[in-house]
Design a protein around this ligand. Structure first.
Ligand SMILES: [Zn+2]
Length: 115
């Protein structure tokens, strides 16, 4: 058992938790100490995890688009009901135009999220 493993075991015993993030220097797992500080036990140093704005966007973007996709699908369903019972050709045309717009939006969302 290496020194590193021993240190990890000790840290866990002291109440530290192992994180999914790896040390940027040696790529061994990082530990969050009870003091909320993050350490690499192998390098024996404190690590500050910085989430860049771009990374934060990467996480939130698909969620937003998925919600939008769901919303649009809901709207399409409502439109389908309206089209079914509408007899006025002018109103029908409006509904159909809207349907086409929603479908185009769906296509774009799916292209971005690559579904
Ligand atoms: Zn390290």
């Amino acid at each position: 058992m290496g020194l590193e493993v021993k240190k990890m075991a000790e840290a866990l015993k002291a109440g530290a938790t192992m994180l999914n993030e790896a040390c940027p220097v040696c790529s061994s797992p990082l530990f969050k100490m009870p003091s909320d500080e993050i350490y690499c036990l192998k390098c024996n140093r404190k690590v500050i995890l910085v989430k860049t704005e771009e990374e934060a966007l990467k996480v939130s973007k698909p969620a937003t688009l998925n919600l939008l996709e769901e919303t649009i699908l809901g709207k399409l369903q409502q439109l389908q009901q309206k089209i079914r019972f509408e007899e006025n050709p002018e109103i029908l045309q409006t509904y159909l135009n809207l349907t086409l717009n929603y479908l185009e939006a769906l296509e774009k969302i799916r292209k971005i999220t690559k579904k």
